[in-house]
Design a protein around this ligand. Structure first.
Ligand SMILES: *Cc1c(COP(=O)(O)O)cnc(C)c1O
Length: 393
């Protein structure tokens, strides 16, 4: 179908309706069709709903088994997981941390909680991950490796770490990013908040860097209500993560002695009970999400002027949020498409405002983020919840 855009909003809504059926459709909602009630009852009956109890350990072991990480530490949310992971990676006050401009604000906020500054970098036009080649060129221009650390020659600050974000569940080009990090002495902390269930060359998201994090917020692929996890293969870092997230208390049955300023970030047992039931359903959720992608692919195939975001080569993505990318000459239609869809009860969402434009981060260092700027005006997320599939069963 030729397309000057004039009927694009209607065509897009029609295509989405083919997939999700009638009625109001949220972007993503949780599904509780497993053993949630059983485990929650077991948790309540045990009397342990808070920071002590078996479900946290069971959930952590199940996460380790599923992701292949040697250690998973369950915490109160993904942002707290990022905060602790950054501290564990050695991020200090006044450091800079490389963060993609196209992403959710939690990543930059966690950097700020460490007293460090996010330094924004651009993304790839196809896969949306941090663009490794352009990052290498940029660091060549502004940074130098001195005594094993990367120094920003303009600001004089240490650039301590890189946080790749696996947007919408698609894993960034980790081989290339790890090579740049190695070259410049950067620590790598993966923000895999959106990518539980995604693998690249058979390796799970969040297990490529020194540390990785997951989120189990209500809109993620599985939920604990609120929750997150730190992943690492390093036993010492794992022990320190447990210590820091449980108020840095020295182990003792009744004495309360703390050896540093710790955090009350451990996941409560009742949230872990929910998560344990959800994790059991993850393989089924992943299948549904792949089918949903195929349905959208089919429904959108007659339309021109746009593409559906596909998993990168070598990856098997969790397709957390289905993503439409308008062609550059169609960008002007983004607003009308959103408006038209919302009027019809379809709660589509544009990509986040770029982080380098958010009020707290306007004056932070940034490379030119031309690709992120362009994509931000062209991305539209589609209803992606596992419930959408129910319309077809
Ligand atoms: C959801 C999300 C987070 C934060 O997780 P919370 O559990 O909501 O704190 C961080 N980064 C990204 C990319 C996310 O999507």
């Amino acid at each position: 179908m030729g397309n000057d855009g004039s009927n694009l909003p209607e065509e897009i809504v029609r295509a989405i309706r083919q997939v999700v059926g009638e009625g109001d459709k949220a972007l993503h909602e949780p599904v509780f069709k497993g053993r949630e009630w059983d485990y929650l009852k077991e948790c309540l009956d045990s009397g342990y709903v808070s920071s002590v109890g078996e479900f946290v350990t069971r959930f952590e072991r199940a996460l380790e088994e599923y992701t292949g990480a040697a250690h998973a530490i369950a915490v109160v949310n993904g942002t707290a997981a990022l905060h602790i992971a950054l501290l564990l990676a050695g991020v200090e006050a006044d450091d800079e941390v490389l963060v993609p401009a196209l992403g959710f604000i939690a990543t930059a906020n966690a950097v700020s909680y460490c007293g460090a500054l996010p330094h924004f970098v651009d993304c790839e036009p196809l896969g949306l991950g941090v663009d490794a080649a352009r990052l290498r060129d940029y660091l060549g221009d502004i940074a130098a490796r001195r005594n094993g650390v990367c120094v920003n020659r303009k600001t004089g600050r240490v650039i301590r770490a890189l946080v790749p974000v696996h947007l919408f569940g698609h894993i960034s080009d980790m081989d290339a990013l790890l090579a740049v990090a190695e070259e410049y002495g950067l620590r790598v902390i993966e923000d895999a908040a959106e990518a539980l269930g995604s693998v690249r060359h058979g390796r799970h998201a969040g297990t490529w860097g020194q540390l990785g994090i997951l989120s189990f917020n209500g809109n993620k692929i599985i939920t604990t209500g609120g929750g997150g996890a730190i992943l690492t293969d390093d036993e010492k870092l794992a022990a320190r993560a447990r210590h820091l997230t449980t108020t840095a208390k020295e182990p003792h049955p009744w004495r309360y002695r703390h050896d540093e300023v710790g955090y009350n970030f451990r996941m409560p047992n009742i949230n872990a009970a929910l998560g344990y039931a959800q994790l059991e359903q993850l393989p089924a959720f992943l299948q549904v999400k792949r089918r949903l992608f195929s349905r959208y692919e089919e429904a959108f195939s007659p339309l021109s002027g746009l593409r559906l975001l596909e998993e990168p080569g070598g990856c098997r993505s969790n397709y957390w949020l289905q993503t439409l990318v308008l062609n550059e000459d169609m960008a002007a239609w983004q607003e009308q498409i959103l408006e038209h869809a919302w009027k019809q009860g379809l709660m589509l969402r544009p990509a986040w405002e770029l982080l380098n434009r958010q009020i707290p981060y306007r004056h932070m260092p940034s490379m030119p983020v031309v690709v992120a700027e362009s994509l931000q005006q062209r991305i539209i997320n589609l209803p992606s919840g596992v419930v959408q599939e129910a319309a077809h069963e």
